[in-house]
Design a protein around this ligand. Sequence first.
Ligand SMILES: [Zn+2]
Length: 382
Amino acid sequence: MCSGDVQPQLYDSMNIDLIREEYEEAQNRSLEGQCSSMLMTSDSNENEEQLYNAIERLQDLGGENSESTTLGDEKFDEVWLKHMENHYSQQMPINYIRQSHELRSWLQYIPSENDPSKRRLRCRICWRFYDILRLQRRYRSQFADDTGFEIDQAREKNLRRLNAHSISAGHKAVIQELVKSEIKRLEWEFIDAQRKTDLENFALKATSRMFRTVFAEVRANIPLQSHHLIVDLQKINGIRLGTHFFNKYGAKRIIENISLKMKQTLIQELKSKLFPFSFILDTSDAGYHYLSVLIQSIERERPVVYFYKLIKLGTDETGKGLFEALTKELIDDDLLDHTKLNLVGVATDGAMSFRGHKNGLVGHLKRLLGKNIFTIHCLAHR
Ligand SMILES: [Zn+2]
């Protein structure tokens, strides 16, 4: 441990990029061979379990010594140099310290304004970590003490002490251990991030499978009551569907989500085009009373029909009531201006509430638009 194994360039600059490079190599070398191969194919319970075990093992390895520290010289305070110039211009190799990135990376000066006997030199790194790391006592330097070194009257002696500490086995050992624990910490961080991404990806995959399932159910007119059967069937066939949306209420939420998204897309599409369009309207009274609204337009020179909305009606089913219900939705969806500009026709059945010239929905629409529109009496309703 004290044989000076830390590579010179790592030791000199001690920057985080080098540590990261080191880490990547370690990543390739050691137990993570096992982990990373699992990360690629974590789509089974067994692999996930192995992954968690590996992470726990790494946590143990990192353990209490994984506290990270900066090994650069940003902890060195320039004020110390000023203080030394005032009090130890003869005793301290001040310019040498100023220029030595290496010394500044560990040297700590304790300036004491009032009590010169308390002005000391300390190694920030050894003082903080030597004892925690439980390194061999015989290599421990006085620089690791709380009280540190007293500044000697002889400049040469101070310089020698500083340089000797830089290359001492004890000091090197501390740095080596810190680099190791930093590597462990980064490994742990990396695997943790990977695990989170894996879990997120898995959740995303499971949710999109469920969305696809519900969408297919709706398209095939399968009642919501049967949703759980379709889910069970897929599970039996080995499809992992996560842990949510198993019952009909979950399926309902998915349907609401999909339809909201589809409606937004439709509205956006309509507003982005200036094609003329017409409404196809009808009322239904299956339990509640609804006004169903379809939009017929032109896409790529062909007529297309979109389902726009099923509007729940109140008690007022006169032409005025229908008109108000429809315009309220158009206003909510910010489609009123688009309608005024591009609506060219309305197809309905023969009911007076629709077709009444004065009080029917169509009459109200014409007055709103301030122009005439085609009114078509639906052939199938005649
Ligand atoms: Zn040290």
